[in-house]
Design a protein around this ligand. Structure first.
Ligand code: GCB
Length: 615
């Protein structure tokens, strides 16, 4: 981000009503976890937020009266109609939909309360951090409003240094997962609207003046130069920052400018660095040190660019053997809660012989990206600009850009991330073109070291399948979803008559194809919902896609069955989208082995590949 806009964002974020920007790699700081059982109150009429005239308590003169006061009776005649202490509890992190039967389909407000004891230290600053709350959250500490945040999948935090008390503290969150037309995502999606505090909550400690952000990555297309910056919380020119990577013998001292930012350029010692790749996911311990603060991270170094129809990873042509993944553990079923859940999903992708995952359709847990770094999986990361959102609404645009910005800010040091995606299956129109073009420009201005993609749609002209979306000109890859033999094109055996016509000289990534199969339901290849239909569909798709000139990757839909209210068929779906290669009990379906075989072959074909090999 340019310096001026960085300062404007910081100013904006420090205004009341906005959650503040977060601190890079905050979980590696000294933290007090607030995960555990939180008391909750279901509040469909938002009684704890509005009075009977529907005036918000927290906008009133006294600011009192809401559930966030977490009040107890002062005397026995006092009327108080809520009581967190005697209310039931929910696990945090964890969506409410999967924990309490009556909340499975609930969309509205739930209040959460957690009490904790604390001993603030002099000279330290404290930040209350939320990994994600779906969708709108209002956060209060000891009765005082800290701010609100929108977006169900992005982290946020508040500086609580002056609000924290020695002894007992009470944090209250109003979480509201009401779907709204103007929001991102909008009301219509194909996934469960899991509500609540779905990711970690903690209090992080920093020195008074601290390292707030840094980017330490190879320069665009370079294998010899690290480029980046370190941002300190305190403005002021001439502050010293030292960046070291001991294992690579790198140590560099730089000075900040007036905004507290130091630019970083380091030439790599020739032959000393092992570049990160799925085959060798080498991470280096990188430490960043300022006068009063030090932070370490595990960072990999790799380059990614396109040349013609090739994707070059560290200069070599790569085929992206991918799979799409939702942030959902089908065995719960519910949002992934722990590192174990996330590891399970990525291990399943590894079993399929993937080197790539599409983390659809919104920012996944930060830990997922760290695991992908460790396990050697390339990542397509996405924001929920999904289907038909309000293209003409400036607030909707600001919201989408802010989610994208947070995603990039959070994950920019992850070698695994090679593509930022600005959306999925958005319908052609002028206003949508403008909206999405602005998002693409935003990515390019914020992080030019990755590729930009979007899951586009295709259209059919007779038996020709075309990508007639001019947004394709602005993207680095021609990436699209196509549902031949499921939503169009008849049965799998009829697919052979279709062929693709793609006008761009860019790598092609098929971001979705697939079909539903109920695990254990068998029949012939023409019978929908059988494993045999899905298996035949995968075979026919892979045959058809192998004729696409420039095919350089795919992320079929999807790793595992997932919950969706759009899927009510009582026999085959039972509110699950059944396009998973794994069932909701973790059993592999027949199509799994078809894709794995294809990936094994691709792996061999691309072994030791140099520029312009592969089809
Ligand atoms: C799509 C969407 C994805 C759906 C999938 C389906 O095109 O991108 O979110 O779940 O199709 O199963 O229909």
């Amino acid at each position: 981000m340019k310096r001026a806009s960085y300062i404007i964002v910081l100013l904006l974020l420090s205004m009341p009503g906005f959650a503040q920007t977060f601190i890079q790699n905050i979980s590696s700081r000294s933290v007090l976890s607030l995960n555990g059982r939180w008391n909750y109150i279901i509040d469909p009429y938002e009684n704890g937020y509005y009075d009977y005239r529907r005036e918000a308590f927290d906008q009133s003169k006294s600011g009192k009266g809401g559930y966030y006061d977490d009040k107890k009776q002062d005397d026995k005649s006092e009327l108080i109609e809520y009581d967190f202490d005697h209310s039931p509890t929910l696990n945090v992190p964890g969506d409410w939909s999967s924990q309490v039967e009556k909340l499975e389909l609930y969309e509205g407000t739930v209040w959460y309360r957690n009490k904790f004891t604390f001993e603030p230290k002099a000279g330290k600053r404290y930040f209350l951090y939320f990994g994600a709350v779906n969708y709108e959250s209002h956060v209060y500490l000891n009765g005082k409003k800290l701010g609100m945040h929108k977006g169900g999948f992005t982290p946020f935090q508040f500086d609580v240094t002056s609000e924290l008390k020695k002894g007992e503290n009470s944090v209250v969150v109003k979480a509201d997962n009401t779907r709204k037309k103007e929001e991102v995502p909008t009301i219509n999606t194909d996934w469960w609207n899991y509500g609540g505090i779905t990711r970690d909550v903690f209090i992080a400690e920093t020195p008074e003046s601290f390292i707030s952000d840094y980017k330490i990555q190879l320069a665009k297309g370079s294998l010899t130069q690290i480029d980046g910056f370190v941002q300190l919380s305190a403005p002021g020119a001439g502050q010293t920052v030292k960046v070291s990577i001991p294992e690579a013998g790198i140590e560099k001292t730089v000075k900040t400018d007036a905004s507290g930012r130091a630019q970083l350029n380091v030439s790599l010692p020739a032959g000393k660095i092992i570049f990160w790749s799925p085959e060798t996911p080498k991470l280096y311990t990188v430490s960043v040190q300022a006068a009063t603060d030090k932070i370490t991270d595990r960072i990999g170094f790799r380059s990614v660019i396109t040349r013609g129809k090739d994707i070059l990873l560290n200069g070599k042509s790569v085929f992206l053997r991918g799979i799409s993944i939702h942030d959902e553990n089908p065995l719960i079923p519910g949002r992934a809660r722990s590192e174990g859940d996330l590891k399970m999903l990525l291990s399943w992708a590894k079993e399929l012989n993937c080197n790539f995952v599409r983390l659809a359709h919104y920012p996944h847990n930060e830990k997922m990206l760290k695991l992908a770094d460790e396990m050697g999986l390339l990542v397509w990361a996405e924001v929920p600009v999904y289907w038909t959102i309000e293209w003409d609404n400036p607030d909707t645009y600001r919201n989408a850009e802010s989610q994208l910005n947070t995603l990039i800010t959070r994950d920019k040091n992850r070698a695994s991330v090679i593509i930022w995606s600005v959306g999925n299956e958005t319908p052609l129109s002028d206003s949508r073109y403008k909206f999405m073009s602005s998002l693409i420009s935003h990515v390019r201005a914020t992080d030019n070291t990755r590729l930009v993609g979007a899951a586009l749609e295709v259209h059919r002209v007779g038996t020709e399948v075309v990508v007639d979306d001019s947004l394709g000109e602005k993207l680095d890859v021609t990436s699209f979803n196509e549902y031949g033999a499921w939503y169009w094109g008849g049965t799998p055996k009829e697919l052979s008559k279709y062929h693709f016509n793609i006008k761009y000289d860019k790598p092609v990534i098929i971001t979705e194809f697939g079909g539903d199969a109920l695990a254990g339901f068998h029949g012939d290849e023409d019978t929908r919902w059988t494993e045999e239909y899905q298996e035949a569909l995968y075979k026919a798709q892979l045959r058809m896609l192998s004729t696409v000139d420039g095919l350089r990757g795919m992320t079929p839909w999807i790793l595992a069955d997932f919950k969706s209210p759009r899927r009510p068929h009582p026999v085959y779906q039972n509110f699950f989208n059944r396009k998973g290669l794994y069932s909701d009990t973790g059993v592999k379906k027949k199509a799994f082995y078809v894709l794995k075989k294809f990936y094994d072959e691709k792996e061999n074909q691309y072994k030791g590949s140099h520029v312009n090999t592969g089809k």
